[in-house]
Design a protein around this ligand. Sequence first.
Ligand code: ATP
Ligand code: MG
Length: 335
Amino acid sequence: MRVGLAFNRKPQTLSPQARHDHYAEWDDADTIKAVAGAIATRHSVIEIEADEAIAETLKRARPDIVFNIAEGINSPSRESQVPIICEMLRIPYTGSDGFTLAACLNKARAKEIMSYHHIPTPPFEVIEHAQQRVNGLRFPVIIKPLWEGSSMGIRNDALIFERSELPSRLERLLKEYRQPVLVESYLSGREFTVALLGNGEDVRVLPIVEINFGELPAGAHPIYSYEAKWIWDTPERPLRIFACPAGLDDTLRARIEELCIRAFRALGCRDWCRVDVRLDAEGSPHVIELNPLPGILPDPDENSCFPKAARAAGMSYHELILEVLSSACARMGLP
Ligand SMILES: Nc1ncnc2c1ncn2[C@@H]1O[C@H](COP(=O)(O)OP(=O)(O)OP(=O)(O)O)[C@@H](O)[C@H]1O
Ligand SMILES: [Mg+2]
């Protein structure tokens, strides 16, 4: 097959106007190269930059399928850009469709859909302007920009214990990210992230990853914050923050797996997705959010959950990428 790899590449340098984390979710050259390399073991690869010219690029290249890892540009629905353009051009693509990607990127929408399906997710309110008050939530709460990922805007101080502190913190976050803020009850139990592969009755849960907060610097809150993801964890001094497979008894593991499959289906995910889960103080699992375009850093020394879970299941990076591709082909009846 001729496979088009659609991506947004991190720029080498940040423009002076850009926020420091503006491109945190975009892929670096190593990831793009690794995914292209994996696909190239079986197919020919056409690299497709998901920029403003992508429709023209796709029309010219006419790949048999697009392998989509593009995070998109500018908008709260940015992750939908590649899927929607592929649909317009009738080019098959891997992964979830534009609706699912946009719904999962907007954490409140994803939580509304989960609530309808009785999938446990922490109570929340959405704040759109600094004068708005949070009423019904139990403290502590965690605050996050509504439509970001990669822990953008979720710094160590995103956890708020005192109601009186909230207004000034909300004001700061609203200003910095220019988007509504999700205020969510904090779950104090263990945290897991769960990689799923496949479709329909064949959705497969890979070995569960636990986030080990004991590895964070002394005094840090037990959350997988921006600092934990991108500052405290470096290739030179990696935090041993993941345990995979997580130490779980069969009952809890089965409960978490079932919860994640239900969330995957409720949001209409396809081919792959990583679901973040946390236990409440009583030990019951809740879904925090879904990542239908999961991070896939190739270097085992860089902490990346999906490839880590795949390795624990005995799959190499290449096999993981090829499995996503074959799930997509099977789903669409492509050879
Ligand atoms: N309600 C909550 N209770 C406890 N911890 C939370 C809650 N919401 C978020 N966190 C913590 O903050 C981290 C980041 O939150 P979340 O997964 O929503 O952000 P993200 O930026 O979308 O993450 P990703 O990198 O997976 O895209 C979580 O991994 C978890 O440690
Ligand atoms: Mg997350």
